[in-house]
Every structure is written in structure tokens, then in C-alpha cells.
Design a binder for this molecule. Structure first.
Ligand SMILES: [Zn+2]
Length: 143
């Protein structure tokens, strides 16, 4: 039987996290907009699958992944410590499984998925936006 969550200061802070319209998400959208691409935000492309934004013209679905929650190789802990270590590990595994399901659901519905790490956007927003643009161009060349 799984242990219950132990109250921690860190946990309190994380409970208040925003999952939509986060700073990196908004920054990427405005950079993508600046490249002349048109998108729709928070539109579902399959049942229970809602990317952060989509480019309907290219059937491109973009997800902005928070480093911690989605297991970025550079910024997500490999080892968890503290009283909730097991719970964190399980929670992140669940998130990753959901990401996989979302990718499959979107692709099955004819959308190509682009995932951008939060840290990629923080480091170089223009480069992250270029990656979205390149995917869109590929998409057009391929269809
Ligand atoms: Zn990261």
C-alpha cells in the first residue's frame, strides 16, 4: 500500500503551480507569432489531449514541458530524497506515461507533435521558436 504524502514546504509551493499559460509557454507563443505562424491555444486534438498550442494549418501540436514535471534530462532529479521520495517518483512516472499517451493520441488523429522543454525556451526563446517553424516547414514539404 502506497505511503501517504507528507506535508512539506516544497510541496505547498508546488501545489500552487500553474499548468497553463506559464511564463515559458507565453514566451514561446509570442516568439512563434513573431515568425508569422498562426496558432490556437489549448484546443484539444483528441479526447483528453490538449496541447499548449496548435498550428492548425500544419496540423502541428506543440507541448511546452516543465523540466521538473516532465522529466527533463538536465533538470529533473534522477534520485528523489526526503519523506515523499517514492510519491514524487511515481508522480513523475505517471506524467511521462501521460505524455506518451498524448503523443500517440495526437499522432493517431493526424497531428505531428513537437515538445519543447521549458529550459530550452529560457536559454534561447528564438531558437525554440525556430524549431517549431522548422517542424512546420517540414510538415508542409512532407504533405
Ligand atoms: Zn530542463
Amino acid at each position: 500500500m502506497p505511503a501517504a504524502w507528507t506535508q512539506t514546504v516544497k510541496g505547498q509551493h508546488l501545489r500552487g503551480r500553474r499548468t497553463r499559460n506559464t511564463k515559458p509557454e507565453v514566451a514561446l507563443r509570442s516568439a512563434v507569432h513573431g515568425l508569422g505562424l498562426r496558432f490556437r491555444i489549448h484546443r484539444s486534438v483528441a479526447p483528453r489531449c490538449t496541447p499548449d498550442f496548435v498550428l492548425p494549418q500544419y496540423r502541428l501540436a506543440v507541448f511546452v514541458d516543465g523540466c521538473f514535471w516532465h522529466g527533463c534530462p538536465a533538470h529533473s532529479p534522477v534520485q528523489f530524497r526526503g519523506p515523499n521520495a517514492e510519491q514524487w517518483k511515481r508522480k513523475l512516472a505517471t506524467n511521462r506515461a501521460r505524455d506518451q499517451r498524448n503523443n500517440q493520441a495526437a499522432e493517431a488523429a493526424g497531428w505531428q507533435v513537437v515538445r519543447v522543454w521549458e529550459c530550452e525556451i529560457r536559454r534561447d526563446t528564438a531558437a525554440a521558436a525556430d524549431r517549431v517553424l522548422a517542424a512546420a516547414r517540414n510538415r508542409r514539404a512532407g504533405s
